[in-house]
Write a protein that binds this ligand. Structure first.
Ligand SMILES: [Zn+2]
Length: 392
């Protein structure tokens, strides 16, 4: 029988680099939603390795996700490894020192859009599954792999995979966390406001209502609100935040603006409900309207990612922490995500305890995005150990 060490030795760095660079060369930007090139590559590669991958054409028929189930003898428990195959657009190519979709390898790192977020994690889960399969280890439980579309735009890629019975007892979402075990994540809500004025010629402003003047009070109130909610903190995810992020107004230099449009981004710590946040926003608008009869404002929430949380000492977190310590020599401290991931779909929509944990750090969505190859290797090793611990 193969020892654990033998198993880990089978993780081949050349193969890791090959898969990761080939994945980066599949430009799966979203928007507009070009996941299919990456989905096809993963499907073909996993099939070539002897797995039976399945496309899932939900929620978008032309933008498939891929699922793989490596069956164990008893079919339970089940561990789900999850990654999103879409990447954000490359941005201004002139800002890059390397071409964003060529999978350049330099100084022990792989460069390119999506290298860190999160084709590194995708690579680690593919390689870990391959090593387990090739070694012929008998697993009791099933290993389930998700390659999901639509994460970057909040679409239901992961949710659809979970609805299609690609569920499990635990989930690991392989977002870049520098191999820190994230048991909680912040949520977010976006709100749009439309402030109405009354247009008139700028030579007679008193005959109209200046929507930009009216928005001043709202912005001040939102800034005060940010200070107030920031006093509430979560031990792993930090504080609540409200930021004014967009503003549009005006038709011409000499026209008193008839409307002003404003957007805010509200970060929500675990434990707070969106109903509470909706009410807080509504109260702000109501208060200003009462103080100023000329203040007319419609508002609505246009996006919501709920926050999510499992106990810090949950089994899935403890097992991954222990194996991370064995491989890296450092025990990951309890940690939480500041951004949103598909972890929330596991926890909130299906009651499946899940963590975010994966290779790479602070390179997501940046120019010259890259990931350390050594960390992808470590991630694959820790995954193999975790699969053995949970499913054997
Ligand atoms: Zn991501």
């Amino acid at each position: 029988m193969l020892s654990r060490l033998d198993l880990l030795k089978r993780i081949d760095q050349e193969e890791v680099v090959k898969v990761l660079t080939e994945l980066v060369r599949k430009p799966s930007q979203n928007p507009p939603g070009n996941e299919k090139v990456a989905a096809d590559y993963i499907y073909d590669t996993m099939k070539g390795w002897g797995f039976a991958p399945q496309y899932v054409f939900k929620p978008e028929p032309k933008r498939p996700s891929v699922a793989v189930v490596h069956k164990g003898s008893e079919g339970k428990p089940r561990l789900v490894l999850n990654g999103h195959i879409d990447v954000i657009p490359e941005g201004d190519v002139n800002g890059w020192t390397v071409p964003p979709f060529e999978g350049i390898v330099k100084d022990g790192k792989v460069y390119g859009r999506g290298a860190c977020d999160m084709k590194a994690g995708i690579t680690a889960m593919m390689i870990a599954a391959k090593v387990i399969r090739d070694s012929g280890v008998n697993l009791r439980g099933d290993l389930v792999l998700h390659f999901a579309m639509g994460e970057e735009t909040g679409e239901a890629g992961t949710k659809s995979l979970l609805e299609e019975e690609f569920k499990g007892d635990w989930g690991i979402v392989l977002e870049p966390t520098d191999l820190k075990v994230m048991t909680a994540e912040k949520g977010l809500a976006w709100y749009h406001f439309n402030i109405k004025g009354k247009p008139t010629h700028a030579s007679v402003p008193h005959e109209g209502i200046n929507a930009i003047d009216k928005v001043n009070g709202l912005i001040s109130a939102l800034q005060e609100y940010d200070r107030e909610i920031g006093k509430k903190t979560h031990p792993l995810c930090g504080k609540n935040i409200c930021s004014v992020t967009m503003i549009k107004a005006g038709t011409k230099e000499n026209v008193i603006p008839e409307s002003c449009w404003l957007a805010i981004d509200r970060r929500i710590i675990p434990g707070e409900t969106v109903e509470t946040v909706d009410k807080e926003i509504g109260d702000i608008v109501l208060r200003i309207s009462r103080e100023d009869s000329e203040f007319k404002c419609d508002w609505k929430r246009v996006m919501l990612y709920e926050s999510a949380e499992i106990p810090v000492d949950h089994k899935i977190a403890e097992v991954v922490r222990l194996n991370t310590e064995k491989v890296t020599g450092v025990r990951p401290e309890p940690a939480g995500m500041l951004a949103s991931t598909d972890q929330r779909n596991f926890i909130n929509d299906f009651g499946i305890p899940a963590i975010s944990w994966g290779p790479g750090w602070r390179m997501s969505h940046k120019l010259d995005e890259h990931v350390e190859i050594s960390q992808v290797m470590k991630c694959a090793e820790i995954l193999v150990m975790t699969i053995m611990d949970l499913l054997r």
